[in-house]
Design a protein around this ligand. Structure first.
Ligand SMILES: Cc1cc2nc3c(=O)[nH]c(=O)nc-3n(C[C@H](O)[C@H](O)[C@H](O)COP(=O)(O)O)c2cc1C
Length: 188
């Protein structure tokens, strides 16, 4: 089994990454675990190319090519993002937009059939606004549909701003453990 963590925060060791790492730690050493820190990648936003490939793969040759491979070969994809101006971070949105060719391959051309996965969303915000969380969730749910991942679980942490503050939110770590338990994995 392969677990992929995607961190949408630019802040190394920030709240999103802390929770994501805690999640991945459970699987490390027993399963294949990979992590993508989007802010460290070199890629451009979607260019709405005219002559696109019809096989679900974007033709732009940058770091996203590796992201496509990592996502497709995973069984569990965990996406972590802070709320930035009422939505997911720009880093995460830029990555998701680059899945447009995959969306077309799946929904329109029906040339691409990604394998089934589980999707988990970790989201952090400083305020307590449900509308911001709902915005982020709807974007991530659409992404999960595109990569054929069921929306398996979520860890929503509100009222967390300062770097590392999430460590004080016991309920977020409890929720994380609950999801891990629900996955019900046996050691490989
Ligand atoms: C550019 C920017 C925009 C933000 N916009 C919001 C916002 O709209 N609502 C909110 O509750 N928090 C907002 N925040 C606060 C972050 O969501 C919060 O600090 C979070 O804990 C950061 O997570 P991280 O440490 O994983 O980056 C914003 C922070 C930044 C840097």
């Amino acid at each position: 089994m392969k677990i992929l963590g995607i961190c949408g925060s630019p802040r190394k060791g920030g709240n999103s990454e802390i929770l994501l790492d805690e999640f991945l730690r459970y699987f490390e050493g027993r399963f294949e675990v990979k992590k993508i820190f989007i802010n460290s990648l070199k890629f451009i936003p979607c260019q709405e190319c005219e002559n696109i490939r019809k096989d679900g793969r974007c033709k732009i040759n940058d770091d996203m090519q590796n992201v496509y491979d990592e996502v497709e070969s995973s069984d569990i994809v965990v996406v972590a993002s802070p709320i930035f101006f009422g939505s997911v971070s720009a880093q995460l949105k830029m990555l998701i937009d680059r899945f447009q060719c995959q969306w077309l391959g799946v929904k329109i051309f029906k040339t691409y059939n990604p394998k089934e996965k589980k999707g988990i969303f970790i989201c952090i915000e400083a305020t307590e606004r449900d509308d911001f969380i709902d915005n982020a969730k709807s974007i991530v749910k659409n992404f999960f549909k595109t990569i054929n991942a069921t929306y398996f679980g979520e860890i929503i942490c509100k009222g967390v701003d300062e770097k590392g503050k999430v460590k004080e939110k016991k309920e977020c770590f409890e929720k994380l453990k609950e999801i891990i338990k629900k996955i019900g994995v046996k050691d490989e």
